[in-house]
Design a binder for this molecule. Structure first.
Ligand code: NAD
Ligand code: UFG
Length: 345
């Protein structure tokens, strides 16, 4: 029997999930999307249809709802692997709403794993984050670095989720955790990109919305960190490069014959870039003005972190293709396209 090409993508209407769906289709898979649209709408679903000419099955519902998930698994039949993107993701917001973050991010994982077990499904790819490292002692950070105390409730949810995955894999799961650094940019077609509901929490959508005149000015949160220009340092990775690593992780799971497996990989570029450097790259690569001021530090932020991506490059045979400039140009093209479509409404 040929194995199912179906991949269940929770959170597939969101930023990274939607870009991954496009890469899965390009690689010959059949993604099935589950999303409760709590942090998204149908815009990216339409974008992925335009890019791929395909309309993946979409089930609107919550990953914490066991009977809904059972229905999805029953309706869809055999599924090769579950990719679990559905979660809340804002570091700053998690400091304000810790209970919401713990409930959503941890409960959705537990319920999903429970239903997977019921349906005897084993293969799982988890959206983890570099926030699991807290502020690492050594950077670039590699996967064997100890988890320091998470700086935010969001980071704590990812640490707890990874611990759950480590605990349960010996009972018969095959799991890859992908520790994303900071995804930015948009699909090069400008048909999909980051689309926060309301005021953006993440840096790049705030930059593009400010450049488009929707926001008065960007506030850079802190210039008194122990970094060369005083602003925080992150490892910004193009979202399409990040999406492609999921296809590589699937291939890795297919080739690894172990019946029980847990592995974690950093997914970053290996380059640390400061917030102010990113702002200047946006201005330089788009030629657009960007008013910004320096404000106080944002609670929950890690000072500096960037990846040692050698393990993913080697074991997953993956590497990045896009530059920071590409990411800025693509993010700006997406923002302009959004504004143009809104002005037509
Ligand atoms: P996103 O908010 O764009 O997408 C998440 C999607 O999940 C949304 O469409 C939302 O409606 C859905 N969702 C949330 N809770 C749900 C639930 N209980 N049931 C069903 N659907 C639910 O976020 P993203 O940037 O695409 O992030 C995807 C994953 O990657 C998250 O797990 C996030 O923590 C992780 N991550 C993101 C980043 C980043 O900077 N964007 C970095 C590291 C890790
Ligand atoms: N920043 C600003 N001004 C803004 C927004 C952000 O200066 O208006 C700064 C932040 O203080 C931080 C940097 O830009 O120093 C990046 O902030 P983001 O909110 O874009 O990203 P985070 O690093 O806080 O978190 C993101 C995702 C998390 C993920 C993490 C991995 O939101 O889900 O990347 O590094 F886990």
């Amino acid at each position: 029997m040929t194995p199912s090409k179906k991949i269940l993508v929770t959170g597939g209407a969101g930023y990274i999930g939607a870009h991954t769906v496009v890469e899965l289709i390009a690689a010959g898979y059949e993604p099935v999307i589950v999303d409760n649209l709590s942090a998204s709408d149908r815009t990216l679903l339409k974008g992925m249809e335009r890019i791929t000419g395909r309309k993946p099955n979409f089930h609107e519902g919550d990953c914490r709802d066991k009977s809904f998930l059972r229905d999805v698994f029953q309706t869809e039949g055999p599924i090769q692997c579950v990719m679990h993107f559905a979660a809340f993701k804002s570091v700053g917001e998690s400091v304000q709403k810790p209970l919401l973050y713990h409930q959503n991010n941890i409960d959705s994982l537990l319920v999903l794993l429970d239903v997977m077990q019921e349906f005897k499904m084993t293969d799982f790819i988890f959206s983890s984050s570099c926030t699991v490292y807290g502020q690492p002692d050594v950077i670039p950070v590699n996967e064997s670095a100890p988890f320091k105390r998470a700086e935010s409730p969001y980071g704590a949810t990812k640490q707890i989720c990874e611990r759950i995955l480590e605990d349960i894999y010996p009972t018969g799961f095959r799991i890859v955790s992908l520790r994303y650094f900071n995804p930015i940019g948009a699909h090069p077609s400008a048909m999909m990109g980051e689309l926060p509901i309301g005021v953006p929490n993440n840096l790049v959508p705030y930059i593009t919305q400010t450049a488009a005149g929707l926001r008065k000015k960007l506030t850079v949160f802190g210039n008194d960190y122990d970094t060369p220009d005083g602003s925080c340092i992150r490892d910004f990775i193009h979202v399409v490069d990040l999406a492609r690593v999921h296809v590589k992780a699937l291939e890795y799971l297919q080739h690894e014959r172990h019946s029980k497996l847990y592995d974690a990989f950093n997914v970053g570029t290996g380059k640390g870039v400061s917030v102010l450097e990113l702002v200047n790259t946006f201005i330089r690569s788009t030629g657009v003005k960007l008013p910004f001021i320096i404000g106080p530090r944002r609670p929950g932020d890690v000072e500096k972190v960037y990846a040692d991506p050698a393990k993913a490059m080697d074991a997953l045979r993956w590497k990045t293709q896009y530059s920071l400039e590409d990411a800025m140009k693509h993010a700006w093209a997406w923002e302009q396209k959004l504004r143009a479509s809104h002005s037509e409404d």
